[in-house]
Design a protein around this ligand. Sequence first.
Ligand SMILES: *Cc1c(COP(=O)(O)O)cnc(C)c1O
Length: 388
Amino acid sequence: MGHTNETTLAHGGNQQGYQEKHTGAVNPPIYVSSTYHQQQLNEFGSYDYSRSGNPTRDQLEEAIAILENGSSGFAFSSGMAAISSAFMLLKAGDHIVITKDVYGGTFRFVTQLLTQFSIEHTFVDMTNPAEVEKAIQPNTRVIYMETPANPLLQITDIRAVVQLAKKFSCLTYLDNTFMTPLHQQPLDLGVDIVLHSATKFLSGHSDIVAGLAVTNNKELASKLKFVQNTYGAILGAKDCYQLLQGMKTLEPRFSKSVSSAIRLADFFNSHDEIEHVYYPGLDHHPGASIHSEQSTSPGAVLSFEVKDHVDAKRFVEQLTIPVFAVSLGAVESILSHPATMSHAAMPAQEREARGISERLFRLSVGIENVEDLIEDFKNALTVKAGVL
Ligand SMILES: *Cc1c(COP(=O)(O)O)cnc(C)c1O
């Protein structure tokens, strides 16, 4: 019997409610054991070594599989470990079509590491399925999506890309970090592998670094299992436990953050000192209608550009609530400055061409009181250059 994700999450991924079978403990034990005693010479139990399998990790992997409507989940030591492990299903000579608006770490992995193994790639504007089709080659094995993408919240039409992938016999991977399985379920739309930086909304407290991969394809699951065990970038049992605890409150955290993000997007959108707001919940946002057909909310991340005359440095200094930092998806609001943070390595001209100016900020909305947040931004935006 399937429950909604909201209920499944509250019970740590166990649809019946988690109960440890020896004691009835409602929280899963943390199995801090690298090895397991084997009862017989010729017959090993279900666990032999914790890189290959750990009961606490199993609980987490089952949880994410249920949440994404997949058959198998895999937990990795970071989002990048999950993403790079999924790329390890490829071999020399294969080709990837990938969104140009991809997460910086994925960009680095594809451009600097995969190329060393003769796995090539083409970056495309994935908001345009025609460009995706043009980039597909006979050796294209994977089409890689991220939607909404970073930091301008560009939207990819998941169904259209999946259709192309099927036509040309490619696999599709999708980074679902921004929406979480609560508000976007790519496997249901035909995606083959869903990837998460669980460091973000899933764990939700800026405390751990973790990654997850999910599929509902048996063959891909056994390949991912092989890579997970062979490459070995597993998530440790204690972090698995901590992630499961964080996930229990994903629904109330995320729902609150989303409704506050909607309020804040309207606030910024009508504010005189703001040039532009990027948020799939705003009608003017390119892809807003596509997003609403594949997701159940606009999410909790938005970006905005302050006007020319706003002193960006002072603006940041005046804010008292958001953490000014990289990362996103936490109980505390996190304000980032892509030009000096996530996209610092990109030449200024290239950055500007992509719409990532020095005046652009990304806000991951937390669970603070939304009126407090609006007040804080209102105050910081009234402090203009030269006034102080
Ligand atoms: C943070 C992030 C990653 C990388 O995850 P880590 O846990 O930092 O390795 C990948 N994709 C997106 C969209 C992210 O925000």
